[in-house]
Design a binder for this molecule. Structure first.
Ligand code: NAD
Length: 460
């Protein structure tokens, strides 16, 4: 029997961060992982999808090259080479995580953990590990759609879509959330006819309505078909194609596509853990935790996607560190007010804080600034002037409550906004900060100035 201070189950972003932080804090730490370290994010999510989206971006750049006087004789996409690139990037990062674990003195064990009791797990039905504290970081997997036809060949989830062997002529994407929108971007860039079906009235329903509307407009102009308020009820085989049956505002409709991608959310990975043996309570969303990330058994913590909270790798990083610190006796104060969200569409979307709808619901008197990127010199010279930035502030102190961006490099721009929210910055403080020119980032200052109708490079 192995004994350790801290046992971490699952080596994704939450788990490996928790293990490294635990070891940094002097705890004897063991991490058990059934597959490769890095979890979904590194092996099947954030990283590999961004390799594909980088290829999509390069294809756009090639199309734009003549605008900059560059003639490109011809180009084609080599899928095998792209897949190899994806695998090389993933392998490099997995090796990096492994070496970080080793360098920090974390013992890595391969296998599937199952609780025997509240302080002991069994690995692959054989080896027992007893720990004073246990952190569950087993993540999530693709939610299956319980409608007929999902078992048909050519109906994929996002893991399968990543193993792209050939480019279909058309694809129907069920779910207009983050995964649906990012895959739509990739397929559309390859010239595939893409249709998105979203059950709610708009794609990206969690984003500010103005942002969703802008993406819908831009995607539609690129030939992506979007059916909102459309609930898919069945998939059938139709010759070499698939036929989707869906309901839009009481009307029954159909459409056909060569492939179907199901992207309707993710569910917590708890089935193989035997949580009942450890007194850990869970529901359909995941494992219940308190304000210190402890489960109903206080010696056991749950972090990242498995606890039913915000399903983002950077939230898992944060929770991993915090759980390790709490175990080491530190007081923690979890703050989810500032969680940036990035969507790697083209243009990118990024946001932090409250949407306009949420701020209104909370009863704030609002003042709002909007600045279009077509008025920003850098965006214009890059031929990336689509979209806008929006700042939402309250009226008593002029404090910024939310920043929403659809435009070039939005995922990098959001960093300033996240810090601004964390520091409770006001509109004046953004205006009084000199922003470098020519940058896309100077749009922050212009957007803040637009709150009071005094932007220099844009007249409302
Ligand atoms: P999601 O919850 O973001 O979106 C799923 C969408 O599917 C919802 O809008 C829902 O209304 C719709 N839907 C459900 N059933 C449907 C049906 N029968 N017909 C039509 N539409 C239906 O989930 P996701 O896009 O699968 O992503 C899963 C998680 O992974 C999310 O939390 C997401 O934030 C995260 N993720 C983040 C990133 C990123 O940060 N860039 C990238 C990928 C995934």
């Amino acid at each position: 029997m192995i004994q350790t201070d801290v046992l971490v189950i699952g080596g994704g972003p939450g788990g490996y961060t928790a293990a490294i932080r635990s070891a940094q804090l002097g705890q004897k730490t063991l991490l058990v992982e059934k597959d490769k370290v890095g979890g979904t994010c590194l092996n099947r999510g954030c990283i590999p999808t961004k390799v594909y989206l980088k290829a999509a971006e390069l294809l756009h750049s090639i199309e734009k090259a003549p605008l900059f006087g560059i003639k490109i004789a011809g180009h084609e996409l080599d899928l095998q080479a792209l897949r190899q690139r994806k695998e090389r990037v993933v392998d490099t990062l997995v090796a990096g995580v492994k070496s970080l674990l080793k360098a920090n003195g974390v013992e890595l064990k391969s296998g599937t953990a199952r609780f025997k009791n509240d302080n002991t797990v069994i690995i692959d039905g054989q080896e027992e590990i007893t720990a004073q504290k246990i952190i569950i970081a087993t993540g999530s997997n693709n939610l299956e759609l319980s409608i007929p036809g999902t078992e048909l060949p050519g109906v994929l989830n996002s893991d399968e879509a990543l193993e792209l062997k050939e480019i279909p002529e058309s694809i129907a994407i069920i779910g207009g959330g983050v995964i649906g929108v990012e895959f739509a971007e990739f397929y559309a860039s390859l010239g595939v006819k893409v249709t998105i079906l979203e059950a709610l009235p708009r794609i990206l329903p969690l984003e500010d309505a103005a942002i969703s509307k802008e993406l819908q407009k831009l995607y539609t102009s690129r030939g992506i078909t979007i059916h909102a308020s459309s609930f898919v009820t069945e998939i059938r085989k139709a010759g070499s194609l698939k036929e989707l049956l869906f309901e839009t505002e009481g009307q029954k409709k159909t459409l056909q596509a060569e492939q179907v991608l199901v992207a309707v959310g993710r569910r917590a990975n708890i089935d193989s853990l035997a949580l009942d043996n450890a007194g850990v309570t869970f529901d359909t969303k995941g494992i219940k935790v308190n304000e210190n990330l402890q489960t109903t058994n206080p010696a056991i913590y749950a972090i990242g996607d498995v606890n039913g909270g915000i399903q983002l790798a950077h939230v898992a990083f944060y929770e991993g560190e915090k759980a390790a610190e709490h175990i080491a006796g530190k007081k923690i104060d979890l703050d989810y007010k500032v969680v940036p969200r990035c969507i790697f569409s083209n243009p990118e979307i990024a946001s932090v804080g409250l949407t306009e709808e949420e701020a209104k619901e909370k009863g704030y008197a609002l003042q709002i600034g909007v600045f279009p990127f077509r008025a920003n010199g850098k965006a214009l010279l890059m031929d990336a002037a689509e979209g806008f930035m929006k700042i939402i502030a309250e009226k008593d102190y002029n404090e910024i409550l939310g920043v929403h961006i659809i435009g070039p490099a939005a995922s990098e721009l959001i960093v300033e906004a996240a810090l601004a929210l964390k520091l409770e910055c006001t509109i004046e403080e953004i205006i009084e900060t000199i922003h470098a020119h020519p940058t896309v980032g100077e749009s922050y200052r212009e957007t803040a100035m637009d709150v009071w109708g005094r932007a220099i490079h844009f007249k409302r």
